[in-house]
Design a protein around this ligand. Sequence first.
Ligand code: KG4
Ligand code: ZN
Length: 355
Amino acid sequence: MRYARLQPKTDVFPHGSSKKLMKVLGIESSCDETGVAIVDSDANILADRLFSQVDIHAKYGGVVPELASRDHIRKLSPLVRECLQEANLELRDIDAVAYTAGPGLVGALFVGASFGQTLAWSLGIPSIPVHHMEAHLLVPFLHQPSGLSFPFLCLLVSGGHTMIVQANALGDYLVLGQSRDDAVGEAFDKVAKQLGLGYPGGPLIEQLAKKSVNKRDDFPRPMLDHASLDFSFSGLKTHTLLEYQKSTANYQEKADIAYAFQEAVTDTLYVKCQRAIKNTGLNTLVVAGGVSANQRLRDKFAHLSEKGINVMFPDLKVCTDNGLMIAYAGLQYAKIDKLVDEKEIKVFPRWALDG
Ligand code: KG4
Ligand code: ZN
């Protein structure tokens, strides 16, 4: 079991009482963003700091794990200081430290986990290991006045994962379908590399697709003839490369190819989500993870609202990795006193959401 109940010794979590608002510090370091944020138990954002390592990795065309770990080490402490300053708080005002325990790059995770646990230990407060994808899944509720409400469906689309999830309750998730090969964000990144656009590829493909004049729309929609809710994007990626190699590779043709690729991906996601809604009877769909920043995806999914589905996206600022989503997810566990009894620093580079 992932979580053991651990009643804090001191009265730091006056659950159900109005004595004190608890404050949770969140740390994200699973990949190439160092994120730190503080939220309180009313989900007020007290501070939020993010350092993106994009410039460090861009010249390599992807994330270099060792460089990512080293830079997390450099940035974490200054970002925590900045957050405390922004929130006008001192370390002793923090009630719990949440950190990403997985999935992600092992070295990068260890930086955040050891920093977070050591900080919590030295302050005598609980630490909360957070599942990175659960944090993505929950963060769209951060800006909802009514707060978090189960059950719902979630399309999780990031650089490492593509899943349709039935979220029953906090920590109770059923994966209904997932990618059998490339994640959507990964496919965006690889296609961008093939087209010589740079990294990260998602936003670059989106921008280029806007310049398409012919609005080419003849790329295959993978696995739509398949009854399952699984996906496969690797064939579409190869198809895109072959089309690019056949073209003259001028700017306009590249834009048309980027457009055709984006249409095929977003249509596929849309159709599978429609099926998941039909199969489960759930009428709230949350779309989250880095790719949820894509405006074309947002426009298509808006059609579901016209059909009576409550479609929710995170604020653009919290679509890609950030510390706020970790603080917010940690807060949900802290609120129900569901904290982990940690005797050693553990990370889970591969961690199933329904495991
Ligand atoms: O959630 P995230 O920040 O990191 C992971 O957990 O993987 O997602 C990063 C992914 C990258 O693959 C990036 O290319 C993609 O999200 N992404 C986008 C857009 N913004 C970020 N993909 C398509 N359109 C975008 N606007
Ligand atoms: Zn992520």
